[in-house]
Design a protein around this ligand. Sequence first.
Ligand code: MF3
Ligand code: CO
Length: 251
Amino acid sequence: MISIKSEREIELMRHAGMLVSKMHKYIKPFIKEGITTKELDRLCEKFIKDNDGVPTCKGYEGYPATLCTSVNDMVVHGIPDNYKLKNGDIITIDVVIGYKGYQGDAAWTYAVGNICDDKKYLMEHTEKALYEGIKMVKPGNRIGDISSAVERYANKHKLGVVRELCGHGIGTDMHEDPDVPNYGIAGTGSLLKEGMVICIEPMLTFGERYVYLMDDNWGIKTEDGMPAAHYEHTVLVTKDGYEILTPRLED
Ligand code: MF3
Ligand code: CO
């Protein structure tokens, strides 16, 4: 069942989303050579709590941290650890923050120092693929319109589309109906209606699309070891289009 949020619920989701945006802005200057992913996690957990938010991922199905920190060939769900970031790495920071029971969710891939042109290309076009999907959000369109827009953009730019994971509805739970795949057929799937809130999150790879689950049962990496990028926004369906609830704040 896809829930329709009331005006009051939307207000709380705006607040949760803004906390997510602010946390990304807060952590960005710390993403430098030498810092560990665990230290990034600690800083973000403190930031969230200081701002009356809840780090929703921590304890979710046993997940041990506030952030997912996915470096280079890690696609998603990298558990923060003692790895020290190196010049030339890319790292995706993915976070879910709760506020008065409502959730906001956004992921961004960041460059550590100077990165190679291939990684720049991957980041640029994964972010653009996300916006191609978001542009399809309006009442009367279907989930498949979003999916196919993302897939078409990725194919055009010769990037792999990870199929094992997808976007999702969001509200009081971080994962609600419907699924929002990053591949599919326009005109199919659930109808979008005013008041729905969904997360759109392309995970694209520089090489093949195939992935595997690591031994920690969380981390997902590309099979060929090529880098992956991941961008995600929480998006509200409005009367005539969309509102991004996790806007990127200027530096
Ligand atoms: N942001 C992730 C998502 O889009 C959160 C899942 S990580 C978990 O699904 F550890 F919380 F499960
Ligand atoms: Co998400």
